[in-house]
Design a binder for this molecule. Structure first.
Ligand code: UD1
Ligand code: MG
Length: 447
């Protein structure tokens, strides 16, 4: 079994935020989520995060164990704190990574774990990821002896000659647990930052005749560490690009990936087209051949096939197939639309169920309503669902015709085939087939 320790207790001072750094979001997920996700994909079963108090309070969101490092005395100290809590598994492997690298990829973890096992000649005690990067850089420099790593020098401790080295320590390591436990207790803090550096275990290994092998990462973006909000925006852009490419390869047309904002773990069916300035998040599921946007916002929205959403907002709602919404509509709060519904411009629907074929084409508010098949809601209809204390229900049957500007004062029920005249104020239930007009609405005399 492979264990991972993710270091995330640092204060993240440069974010200038009340929120712990690794909880800042990249494409709808805290950045820590991405490291954990990549580790899981790489087959790591046990993941432990070194936290501070604020992060510890949220760690159960991630389904991993948190170990609090009360004082942040450096990356080596963070590992000491973790290892003291974790039972020793002789012969085990431990991956160590930092929690602020949202662009990290599972392949990097697979690669470093693989190198720990292979390494020509004597088995290495540590395999670590290095990366070529344009200078200047704040990353620790990798000093080599032949093909192996001899030492890492942090920027603040480096000589000018060492600073000129362009191979960096990415901050991703696969250790043999026995060797790590042995070395970590010998770390000292006699450096410029007076911190216990995890990277000093390397020099310790080399001195003890153990091998440290580098694994060069192809793309330095994958190991980009986020320290401030400028880097956060950069990471978001990169991640969004990656996500758009993934959905496009699965058969979705994205007209402008630079102006389309997606999240991981969405379901989007083939031949759906997404027009610019659209945001789709929170586990939304979209069927095939839908048209989303321009200017759509979907969050926790479930859509069937052939649904068109133009310039509209859909939150926490479920839509069937062959539906058209917008422009400028707002669906929210557990709204459920059956197939063939039409929601036109300036219509808000909250916590309502609309059956097959219902139309509300213009300027309407439907709240806490249940509407039967093929009913037509005229322009300007309002369900007056709130009496100042309670939210009340409006129940409308099938094939009902609601006239323009009708006010439906809830709780109220209209039977199948009923009709209201323009500007009716309906305060009492209307039986099936009855036609009502006026304020308050009264039945039309029978002809
Ligand atoms: C570290 C590496 C450096 C590498 C760089 C890559 C060390 C000494 N240096 O430098 O070689 O190039 O990352 O990004 O490891 N943390 C704790 N507890 C602590 C201190 C830090 O949990 O006491 C966590 C932080 O939350 C962060 C990670 O460890 O997620 C890295 O710490 P940071 O101080 O940012 O290290 P760097 O100076 O970036
Ligand atoms: Mg850092």
């Amino acid at each position: 079994m492979i264990r991972a320790v993710v270091l995330a207790a640092g204060k993240g001072t440069r974010m200038k935020s009340a929120t712990p750094k690794v909880l800042h979001e990249v494409c709808g997920r805290p950045m820590l989520w991405y490291t954990i996700d990549a580790l899981r994909r790489a087959g790591v079963e046990e993941i432990v995060v070194v936290t501070n108090d604020e992060l510890q309070a949220r760690i159960s969101d991630f389904g991993v164990q948190g170990i609090v490092q009360r004082e942040q005395l450096g990356t080596g100290h963070a590992v000491q704190v973790a290892l003291r809590e974790l039972p020793h598994r002789p012969g085990g492997r431990i991956v160590i990574a930092y929690g602020d690298m949202p662009l990290v990829h599972e392949e990097i973890f697979r690669g470093v774990l693989g190198s720990l096992e292979s390494g020509n000649g004597e088995a290495p005690a540590l395999a670590m990821v290095t990366v070529k990067m344009p200078l200047p850089s704040n990353f620790g420099r990798v000093l080599r002896r032949g093909n192996d790593v001899e030492r890492i020098v942090e920027v603040r401790d480096a000589s000018p000659a060492e600073l000129a080295v362009d191979e960096m320590n990415a901050g991703i390591y696969a250790y043999r647990e026995d060797a790590l436990r042995d070395a970590v207790d010998r770390l000292r803090n006699d450096n410029a930052q007076q911190e216990y550096y995890l990277t000093d275990t390397i020099e310790d290994f080399v001195r003890g005749g153990k091998r440290v092998v580098p694994v060069m990462a192809g793309d330095h973006l994958h190991v980009l560490g986020i320290n401030d909000r400028v880097e956060l925006a950069h990471a978001r852009k990169e991640m969004n690009k990656r996500l758009c490419a993934q959905y496009m390869r699965d058969g979705v047309t994205i007209v402008d990936p630079d102006a389309t904002y997606l999240e991981p773990e969405l379901q989007i069916g083939r031949d759906t087209i997404i027009y610019p300035n659209s945001t789709i998040g929170r586990l939304s599921e979209i069927g095939e051949s839908c048209v989303i946007g321009p200017n759509a916002r979907l969050s926790n929205a479930k859509l069937g096939d052939r649904v068109t959403i133009r310039e509209s907002v859909i939150l926490d709602s479920e839509l069937g197939s062959d539906i058209s919404v917008g422009p400028f509509a707002h669906l929210r709060g557990n709204t459920v639309l059956s197939d063939n519904v039409k929601i036109g411009n300036f219509v808000e629907v909250k916590n309502s169920k609309l059956a097959d074929g219902v139309k509300a084409s213009h300027l309407t508010y439907l709240g806490d309503a249940e509407i039967g098949e093929d009913t037509n809601i005229g322009a300007g209809t309002i369900t007056c669902n709130y009496d100042g204390k309670n939210k009340n229900k409006t129940v409308i049957g099938r094939n009902v015709s609601i006239g323009s500007n009708t006010s439906l004062v809830a709780p109220v029920t209209l039977g199948d085939g009923a009709l209201t005249g323009a500007s009716a104020v309906v305060t009492k239930d209307v039986p099936a087939g009855e036609r009502v007009v006026g304020n308050p609405a009264r039945p039309l005399p029978k002809k």
